[in-house]
Design a protein around this ligand. Structure first.
Ligand SMILES: [Zn+2]
Length: 305
């Protein structure tokens, strides 16, 4: 009994060994055969085969590489601007790539008042009017309404939603002891034309351009922008008043943003204007309050796609 079972085990062991050897040999042979097969394939079709292994990047791919392939991260990257991005990067080698994309999309790689487009989002609170986006001479916003005279100097008009928002702002400010009054609001194309040409006569084009918009390029023509004072000091001193501090803390809650600041002069093309506010609606104003940026940057990042 014990002997015959040992024999059986031996037979099984030897059988298993033979099968294992056959499998190992078979595998080795098939690997060798495949390698040989591949070699001979390479010999006969070497060019075609190399193309599969080494990718030759296209001109566009090389350009994108220079821009750190940021197109994969930014949904506002514009392929048609790729050469402008590269040229701007060359001129500003230390500038963050994302800023290069934002600034070129704004138009900053070209002079103010060049490469001008019609203002996008006309007749909405998302309109963009600046030195690259202009309004027609006959553009008049719909829904202009007169501001409550308690909160304005003389007869002043704003677009309806901006008018309501401003009156709420001024009323709440007043209840806290702050006087905020609209001194310049909607201005027609013709009015702006006169204003600007008077400044040019006084100061010359170069200076006038730093504080006054050319006709068609003024936010005041949208009915969504206003200059304010505190009823006591000149509006040009508004930045030194406690009302200005109140606006810094509260204007966004009513949908207004401070539009032209000293640090953003290179983007907007205007000097610091602590008195000039623009109605963009509470959502956008809140975002900009929490993530300080110009409306130009906001527009390029979120509205221009
Ligand atoms: Zn203004």
């Amino acid at each position: 009994m014990a002997k015959s079972s040992k024999k059986k085990n031996d037979v099984l062991f030897i059988g298993g060994l033979v099968i294992a050897i056959v499998v190992v040999l078979g595998l080795s042979f098939s690997i060798l055969y495949n390698d040989n097969f591949k070699d001979s394939d390479n010999d006969t079709n070497s060019n075609e085969s190399k193309d599969e292994v080494v990718h030759v990047p296209s001109e566009e791919e090389l350009k994108l590489e220079k821009l750190e392939n940021i197109n994969e991260k930014l949904d506002f990257f514009k392929m048609e601007y790729i050469d402008r991005y590269l040229a701007y990067k060359e001129k500003n080698p230390n500038l963050d790539i994302e800023k290069i994309i934002v600034y070129v999309n704004i138009g900053l790689d070209q002079q103010f008042y060049t490469n001008v487009h019609d203002s996008p989002n006309q007749d909405t609170n998302k309109i963009l009017v600046n030195k690259y986006n202009k309004l027609a001479s006959d553009f008049v916003p719909s829904g202009l309404e007169e501001i409550n005279p308690n909160y304005s100097s003389g007869k002043k008009m704003l677009e309806r939603n901006a008018r309501i928002a401003f009156e709420n702002l001024a009323k709440d400010a007043q209840s806290e002891g702050f006087n905020i009054r609209a001194v310049s609001t909607y201005r027609s194309y013709e009015y702006q034309e006169n204003l600007y040409s008077n400044y040019v006569k006084m100061d010359g084009v170069e200076n006038a351009d730093t504080y006054s918009a050319r006709a068609g390029y003024s936010e005041h023509q949208t009915g969504l922008a206003m200059d304010v004072d505190n009823k006591v000091s000149a509006y040009t001193d508004f930045g030194n008043t406690r009302e200005f501090d109140w606006m810094q803390e509260n204007a966004y809650k009513y949908g207004f943003i401070l539009r032209y600041t000293k640090e953003n002069e290179f983007i907007t093309g205007y000097q610091n204007e602590p008195w000039h506010y623009r109605y963009v609606g509470v959502e956008i104003a809140t975002y900009i309050h929490n993530n300080p940026m110009t409306y130009e940057e906001y527009f390029v990042r979120f509205l221009d796609k």
